[in-house]
Design a protein around this ligand. Structure first.
Ligand code: CTP
Ligand code: CA
Length: 226
């Protein structure tokens, strides 16, 4: 635990974090998901709790565990369930960090029975899920809203686009193809971009260290003394 002046920087704050992938059902035994491990989101939740915050962590299916008493864990599966849970806690939150990898599409039809194979190819129709982060940006009042963008190319350009389009206060971008960054790793390399579009790079470090750095930037930006 840190003992410097930032060690209780989130005292009295309520932080809402989303983590992990979502699962979109095809039938009772099949689903679509993605490579998110939940590690970054859990590291953020833990860092926030260590800094004195009360934390609500809405997570998709992962094998991550938490022990911190100030973290309230809410387990969800689909993007729709995540949307509902996040909106339940939104109004009462001071800082919202959306580290989850939310499915953009889900099967248009969920089969109640196991789908049996047929001759020939199968065409599955997918429909768009709700953009949770965008909906939060639209109804934002006092919250400091932070998004994530995991990209395979041009992370800064794509990140800036999402920052503007979703009415965010900051976005954390990374290139998941870089060595030591992204899915499943215990480390990450990110760039924090605030509303003024100032970019702060965070070099290769553990996801917990990355999380602590992010809260330094967030607390600084919340004070408005940029
Ligand atoms: N996000 C969300 N709800 C969705 C999709 C994304 O809340 N249905 C959030 C993610 O949690 C993340 C941010 O939006 O904080 C950016 O997600 P990303 O997948 O990078 O961006 P998209 O807007 O979905 O664009 P694309 O996947 O086409 O790059
Ligand atoms: Ca997406």
């Amino acid at each position: 635990h840190q003992q410097d002046h930032t060690s209780h920087s989130l005292e009295g704050k309520t932080v809402l974090v989303s983590a992990g992938p979502t699962r979109e059902k095809v039938d009772p035994i099949r689903f679509f998901t993605n490579r998110s491990s939940g590690k970054m989101g859990f590291a953020i939740a833990e860092a926030a709790a260590d800094l004195g915050a009360t934390v609500n962590l809405v997570t998709g299916p992962t094998n991550q565990t938490i022990t911190h008493p100030n973290i309230n864990r809410i387990d969800v599966e689909s993007a729709e369930e995540m949307y509902e849970a996040i909106h339940r806690y939104y109004e009462n939150s001071d800082i919202v960090i959306k580290a989850a990898a939310v499915a953009d599409y889900r099967p248009k039809q969920v089969h109640e029975q196991k789908m049996k194979k047929q001759e020939g190819d199968l065409l599955l129709e997918l429909e768009r899920t709700k953009d949770i982060l965008k909906s939060l940006g639209e109804k934002k009042t006092h919250q400091f809203l932070v998004g994530f963008a995991a990209e395979t190319s041009d992370p800064i350009e794509y990140g800036l686009g999402k920052l503007r389009k979703k009415n965010l206060d900051a976005i954390v971008v990374n290139n998941v193809t870089a060595e030591g960054a992204g899915f499943g790793n215990d480390t990450n390399i990110v760039t924090y971009i605030n509303k003024d579009e100032k970019q702060i790079p965070v070099e290769l470090s553990s996801k917990k260290e990355v999380a602590n750095k992010l809260f330094q930037f967030i607390v600084h930006d919340m004070k408005g003394d940029r």
